[in-house]
Write a protein that binds this ligand. Structure first.
Ligand code: Y39
Ligand code: FE
Ligand code: FE
Ligand code: FE
Length: 230
């Protein structure tokens, strides 16, 4: 449905809205918690960047607390079990990569893929959010651009030696993102967020990051197509 129509129609107090919110809010809370943990882990893997990565991890903790407040404000209990399940594949892939010392894969999963997902979701959510959540989300999305930029800059500086691992990690993890988007489509729609817009914003953020790092347009097209057909 058109965005303006959606704004006019949204009643944040219906059971339908709250039911969808219990899952989306949980996804965001769980995502922020895992992002916190991932940046702590990355700080251990990149001792030279540790201070900066600890700083990013603290921002993620703050985001988590902000979104918990959004749920309380609407009197919604987040379904954390659902959210852990939602992230389990990406979470496992990050853990496996970390155990193998594959820092490039870890950066691709957290700083490129998950941050681009966050940027898309938060930008699409802001115009349809309740006033309390809108204010919180506006503050958060600015930080997410900084997080994406961290991964982008590090990978740009190590591009030649990272390229093969990035392509492999992309092929393993991008299909998971498309699956996650399909899974969340119905609930997102109830909140006024359309899947097409989410996909579009995700691809803009992710594609721009890949471009800034040094991938050619042809490579970016090839990488983006991974898993698109499910
Ligand atoms: O870096 C971060 O802060 C990322 C953890 C946050 C992830 C947010 C994932 C949002 C997906 C929501 C899908 C709703 C349509
Ligand atoms: Fe619609
Ligand atoms: Fe965050
Ligand atoms: Fe982030």
């Amino acid at each position: 449905m058109p965005q303006l129509e959606a704004i006019a129609e949204i009643d944040f107090n219906t059971n339908t809205y709250k039911d969808a919110y219990s899952r989306i809010n949980a996804i965001v809370i769980e995502g922020e918690q895992e992002a916190h943990d991932n940046y702590i882990k990355l700080g251990e893997m990149l001792p030279h960047e540790k201070d900066e990565l600890v700083r990013l991890s603290k921002m993620e903790k703050r985001h988590m607390k902000g979104f918990q407040a959004c749920g309380r404000n609407l009197e919604v209990t987040p379904d954390m079990g659902y959210a852990r399940q939602f992230f389990s594949q990406l979470h496992q892939n990050f853990q496996d990569a970390a155990a193998e010392g594959k820092v490039v894969t870890c950066l691709l999963i957290q700083s490129l893929i998950i941050e681009s997902f966050a940027i898309a979701a938060y930008n699409i959510y802001i115009p349809v959010a309740d006033p309390f959540a809108r204010k919180i989300t506006e503050g958060v999305v600015q930080d997410e651009y900084m997080h994406l930029n961290f991964g982008e800059e590090w990978l740009k500086a190590h591009f030649e030696e990272s390229k093969a691992e990035l392509e492999e990690a992309n092929s393993q993890n991008l299909p998971i993102v498309w699956k996650m988007l399909n899974e969340v489509e119905k609930d997102a729609h109830i909140l006024g967020m359309e899947k097409d817009a989410l996909v579009e914003d995700f691809m803009i953020a992710y594609g721009e990051a890949l471009n800034n790092m040094g991938f050619t347009t042809r490579e970016i097209m090839r990488m983006s197509a991974y898993g698109l057909k499910g």
